[in-house]
Design a protein. Structure first.
Length: 324
């Protein structure tokens, strides 16, 4: 059975299970959903996300890490954070097929707001069939008929790029999904090796990249900012920053004073459009949003001062670079 037949079977089953969309509806979107001008104003500063033409708030909500959104048995806490994020102006929601119950939790809240949000998910599969399975499951869990952004997740090695762009690679599923209007934009993400992400941007016309960007990573022998941002700017790729506070270690280590420095530094890097940060509590979410609302680009002197603060502790704050 080929993937297209599997897809038809999935569409019929998905409609019966969720009652939220019919199979034929999955192959089309409304004009409103595909028109960036209908993206609503947010309560925080916005930027155009590169070649997508879509305006997104500076801060999006991350669906993994130190957050109930990715914890089993934390549905009540997760839903409270998602609902409050919407109330406070979050319009960008980031998740992935591998983030535990994250997609399920988001699917309990976001469908009623689907036309007003930018919804991103990811696949860790490198082959066409595996990527299709992830996409179908993501749509079913999120109770939506399309993704605004679908990304190849945590690409760490050149060999993975070779598999993705093979004749039966995941890029085939991506191109088919875009043709069928199930996916609007494509992206590549990574926190291990910046040269691999740059090579991915050169090989394929991705719309976005989600990469690790913080003041500690600036001291790494192979920093993401210096390696990836010039390529992204050249190709007008939307840049989304992650690992901004290094899971809070930039604060607990005493390297930085707080989120105002961490987020201020990352959002002031040339070519960065927004960031996604998870929230463990409502209070943490509120604080992050207040910092995003108050953001003003930092001067070169201020950026240098923040980098100096992380110079002696960069290794403990770039631990994620070892993940593959």
């Amino acid at each position: 059975m080929n993937c297209k037949t599997t897809r038809r079977t999935f569409l019929a089953a998905g409609a019966a299970i969720t009652g939220s969309f019919a199979g034929s509806h999955l192959l089309r979107r409304s004009v409103k959903a595909s028109n960036p001008s209908h993206f609503p104003p947010a309560s925080m500063p916005e930027r155009v996300l590169g070649k997508t033409g879509v305006r997104v708030p500076l801060l999006g909500l991350g669906g993994a890490g130190q957050t109930p959104l990715s914890w089993e048995g934390s549905e009540q806490a997760a839903i409270a954070i998602i609902e409050w994020a919407l109330q406070l102006g979050i319009r960008y929601f980031d998740t992935a097929a591998s983030y535990g119950p994250s997609e399920d939790y988001l699917g309990k809240v976001l469908p009623a707001h689907r036309q007003q949000i930018f919804l991103a998910s990811k696949t860790g599969a490198r082959d066409r069939d595996g990527a299709w399975r992830d996409l179908e499951r993501s749509l079913q869990r999120l109770k939506t008929d399309y993704l605004d952004l679908w990304q190849f997740h945590h690409v760490s090695f050149k060999e993975e790029l070779d598999r993705i762009f093979d004749k039966q690679g995941a890029v085939q599923a991506l191109e088919e999904a875009k043709q069928q209007k199930i996916v609007r934009f494509s992206g590549i993400t990574g926190h291990h090796e910046p040269s691999v992400i740059s090579e991915g941007l050169r090989r394929f016309s991705f719309d976005t990249t989600l990469i690790s960007l913080n003041a500690a990573d600036a001291h790494h022998p192979r920093p993401f900012a210096a390696t990836v941002l010039p390529v992204a700017q050249q190709k007008n790729v939307g840049v989304i920053a992650m690992k901004v506070p290094a899971y809070g270690r930039l604060f607990s280590s005493g390297a930085l004073e707080g989120m105002h420095q961490a987020m201020g530094y990352t959002l002031s890097l040339p070519g960065v459009h927004c960031c996604v940060i998870a929230a463990e509590t409502i209070a943490q979410l509120e604080h992050n949003i207040e910092v995003a609302k108050a953001f003003q680009p930092l001067s070169a002197t201020e950026m240098a001062a923040i980098e100096k603060q992380t110079a002696t502790s960069w290794q403990e704050n770039t631990f994620f670079r070892a993940w593959t």
